[in-house]
Design a protein around this ligand. Structure first.
Ligand code: DUT
Ligand code: MG
Length: 608
C-alpha cells in the first residue's frame, strides 16, 4: 500500500498535464468547448437581464403615460433578443456537449490503447504483482472515471465558476452595495467544500479498492469455475462474492452519504441569499436606491450565485473519484518493465547456434525470502539435449525462465552463443526460443491457429508436420473439424495430454534454435511419449533442447542430465553415468523402473 502511494508521487506529470498530453489532436476542440461553456453560461444571464429591462420599460410607460405601441420597437427588440440569444445558447450548449464527448472519448481511446500496449510489454514481475481483476478495473472503470472527468467534471467546474463570476460582476455593476451584501456569504461555501474534500478523498480511494477487490473475486471465480464445481463450492463462492458486493455497496453509500453531512450547511447558505435580497433589496427600493427592474434582474439571477455553490459538492465528489482512479491508471501508464533491451543491445536477427551456458547463476524472486537457485553452472553445446530432473519446487521452472530472460539472475550470467542474454535484443532472443510452458494455455482459436501462433505464415502442410512431430495428428483428425476445430477458452474440450501436445507443436513450429519443454509430456501416455522422443531426435532443424521431466523414460536419452535439489545441481552426467554413480538419480530409476540396481547395471553395461 505504502509503496503504491510513493509511486503516485513519482508520476512525471500532474494529472491535468497528463490529460492534456492525451488530448493531442483534440486540444483545439477542447479549448473551443471550454470557451463555449463560458459563452453559454454568460448567455444564461441574458434572459433575466432583458426581463429586467422589460419591467423597467413597463414601469416607465406607466409614469410617462406613453402607450406600449409607441414603444413597440423597443419591446420587440427585447423580446427578439431574448428569443434569439436563447436559441443561440441552446446551439452552443449542444455543440459544447458534443465537443466534450468527442474529446473525452478520443482521450479514453488513446489512453486505453496505450495501457494495453504497456501491459502487453510488461515483464513477469509485473504480472505476479498485479491481479488480473485489478488490471481489468484499471482499463475499464478507472478509465471511465478519467473520461468522465473530461466530459463532465472539468466542464462543470468551468460552468460553475463562469456562472458565479458573471453573476457576481453583473450584480456589482448594477448595484455594488446590494451585490456585496449577497456575495459576502459565499466564501463560507469554500470552507465547507474544503473540509468536505478532506473527508471524502480517502473514501473514494477505499471505494476504488473495494471495486477492484470485487472484480478480482469475479474474475478468479469465473476462470476458476472448474475448481469451484469440483469442490461443490458454488454456495461458498456466491456468499463470498455477495460479501464483496455488499461491502462495495456499503462503502459506496457511505461515500455518497458524506455529502449529506455537509449538504444542510451549503443549502442553508444558498437559501440565505434570496432572503438577504428580499430584506436588503426591499430597503433599497424603499430608499429609491434600486429600480424595480433591477430588483427583478437580481432575483431572477440569484440562482446563478446559489446553484454553483450547491453544485460544488457534486463536483468535488466526482473530482475525488477521478483523483483516485487516475492515480491507478497513471501507475500503469508510467510503469516501466525492468527487463528491457540494453541501450546498446546486440541485434541478432538470424538463428543462434544454440549453445547455452549457466555461469554461477543464483536467483531469488523479489518477493521471496529464500534463494531459489544457488550457484548453478552447466553448459549445453549446440544441438545437445539437456534433461533437468528434481523434486517439485526445486527450481526447474525458475531455471529455464532465465534463458528467455523472463527473470534475471541475482548473480552470475546466462549465456547463449557465448554472449550474456541480457546483451541481446529481447525480441531476437525470444524469437529463437521455443517454449512449451508447464501450465498450458491455448487461445480461443482453431487448433491450426494455435499451432501457428508464433509464425503466422505457416502453411497447412507445415502445421500438419509439427502436429505429427508432437504426436498430435491422430487425435486432431478425430476431432469434428480436424485442424479447424475451435478449442475453447483455456482449451476446454481437450484433455491435458492433448493440450500439451498442441503446445509442443506450437513451440516446434517456430523452428527454434533452443527448445525448452517444461514438463510437456507429463500427461501423455508412455507410447505417445516415445513417439515424441523419437521425433525430437529427428527434427529437420538443428536445435538445443532443455527438457524438464519427471520420467526416467524421458531423461534417459539426454546428452546430459542435471539433477536439481533445493536450487543446486547435485548430480550431472549421462543416464549411464548417473546410474553408475548411485545417488538421487539412481534411486529414482529404481523407483520408477522397479528393477534392481544389479539388473540395471547389466542392462546399461556399466562396468563397476
Ligand atoms: N517461486 C516463487 N515465486 C514464483 C515462482 C516460484 O517464489 O513466482 C518459488 C516457489 C518454489 C521455488 O520458487 O519454492 C521454485 O519454483 P519452481 O517453479 O522453479 O519449481 P519447479 O522445480 O519448477 O517445481 P515443479 O516441479 O512443481 O514445477
Ligand atoms: Mg515447474
Amino acid at each position: 500500500m505504502s509503496n503504491k502511494a510513493d509511486r503516485s508521487i513519482l508520476f512525471p506529470k500532474s494529472r491535468f498535464a497528463w490529460l492534456w498530453e492525451n488530448m493531442a489532436g483534440k486540444r483545439g476542440l477542447f479549448v473551443a468547448a471550454l470557451i463555449g461553456t463560458v459563452v453559454y453560461n454568460i448567455l444564461q444571464l441574458v434572459v433575466p437581464f432583458f426581463s429586467g429591462k422589460l419591467v423597467d420599460l413597463f414601469l416607465s410607460l406607466n409614469e410617462s403615460g406613453e402607450t406600449l405601441s409607441e414603444n413597440a420597437h423597443t419591446f420587440y427588440f427585447f423580446i427578439g433578443m431574448m428569443v434569439g440569444l436563447t436559441l443561440f445558447r441552446v446551439i452552443v450548449v449542444y455543440l459544447t456537449c458534443m465537443a466534450f464527448e468527442h474529446v473525452s472519448q478520443s482521450a479514453l481511446f488513446k489512453i486505453r490503447n496505450f495501457l494495453y500496449d504497456k501491459i502487453q510489454r510488461q515483464d513477469m514481475k509485473f504480472y505476479s504483482t498485479y491481479r488480473t481483476g485489478d488490471l481489468m478495473t484499471r482499463v475499464t472503470g478507472d478509465l471511465d472515471a478519467v473520461r468522465h472527468n473530461i466530459a463532465w467534471v472539468i466542464r462543470s467546474i468551468v460552468e460553475s465558476f463562469t456562472l458565479f463570476g458573471a453573476a457576481a460582476v453583473y450584480f456589482l455593476v448594477m448595484d455594488w452595495k446590494l451585490a456585496l451584501a449577497i456575495l459576502v456569504i459565499s466564501p463560507l461555501i469554500f470552507v465547507i467544500i474544503f473540509r468536505f474534500r478532506k473527508t471524502v478523498a480517502p473514501k473514494h480511494a477505499l471505494l476504488r479498492e473495494k471495486l477492484a477487490g470485487m472484480n478480482t473475486y469475479a474474475q478468479e471465480n469465473i476462470s476458476g469455475n472448474r475448481v469451484v464445481k469440483a469442490f461443490a463450492r458454488e454456495d461458498y463462492e456466491i456468499a463470498k462474492f455477495d460479501g464483496a458486493n455488499n461491502d462495495y455497496a456499503q462503502t459506496n453509500i457511505n461515500t455518497q452519504y458524506t455529502w449529506l453531512k455537509f449538504y444542510p450547511y451549503v443549502e442553508s447558505i444558498a437559501n440565505l441569499m434570496p432572503i438577504v435580497l428580499l430584506v436588503i433589496g426591499g430597503v433599497f427600493i424603499i430608499n429609491g436606491d434600486l429600480s424595480m427592474g433591477e430588483y427583478v434582474s437580481f432575483s431572477g439571477l440569484i440562482w446563478a450565485i446559489a446553484n454553483p455553490m450547491r453544485q460544488m459538492g457534486n463536483i468535488m465528489n466526482e473530482f475525488q473519484r477521478f483523483n483516485a482512479a487516475s492515480a491507478k491508471v497513471m501507475e500503469i501508464y508510467y510503469s516501466e518493465p525492468e527487463i528491457v533491451d540494453a541501450p546498446d543491445a546486440i541485434s541478432h536477427p538470424g538463428r543462434f547456434d544454440g549453445s547455452i551456458e549457466f555461469d554461477h547463476v543464483s536467483f531469488q524472486y523479489e518477493d521471496g525470502n529464500l534463494p531459489v537457485l544457488k550457484d548453478v553452472s552447466f553448459k549445453a553445446r549446440p544441438g545437445e539435449t539437456i534433461a533437468i530432473i528434481g523434486e517439485t519446487g526445486c527450481g526447474k521452472t525458475s531455471l529455464i525462465q532465465m534463458i528467455p530472460r523472463f527473470y534475471e539472475p541475482t548473480s552470475g550470467h546466462v549465456l547463449v552463443d557465448g554472449v550474456d542474454v541480457s546483451r541481446y535484443k529481447l525480441e531476437d532472443l525470444r524469437k529463437n526460443i521455443g517454449l512449451a510452458t508447464q501450465d498450458v494455455l491455448l487461445y480461443s482459436d482453431t487448433i491450426e491457429g494455435n499451432i501457428a501462433y508464433g509464425v503466422s505464415h505457416l502453411t497447412a502442410q507445415e502445421v500438419v508436420k509439427f502436429a505429427r512431430y508432437s504426436a498430435a495428428e491422430e487425435f486432431i483428425l478425430k476431432m469434428p473439424e480436424g485442424y479447424d476445430t475451435i478449442v475453447g477458452e483455456r482449451g476446454v474440450g481437450l484433455s491435458g495430454g492433448q493440450k500439451q501436445r498442441i503446445s509442443l507443436a506450437r513451440a516446434l513450429a517456430i523452428e527454434p534454435s533452443i527448445l525448452i519443454l517444461d514438463d510437456t509430456t507429463s500427461a501423455v501416455d508412455m507410447e505417445t511419449e516415445k513417439h515424441i522422443q523419437h521425433s525430437l531426435r529427428d527434427l529437420d532443424f538443428k536445435c538445443t533442447k532443455i527438457i524438464i521431466a519427471q520420467r526416467i523414460s524421458t531423461t534417459k536419452f539426454a546428452d546430459k542430465i542435471l539433477v536439481l535439489k533445493d536450487g543446486r545441481i547435485i548430480e550431472e552426467g549421462s543416464h549411464e553415468e548417473l546410474v553408475a554413480k548411485g545417488g538421487y538419480y539412481r534411486d529414482l530409476v529404481e523407483l520408477q523402473l522397479g528393477e534392481s540396481v544389479e539388473a540395471l547395471k547389466g542392462s546399461v553395461n556399466i562396468a563397476d
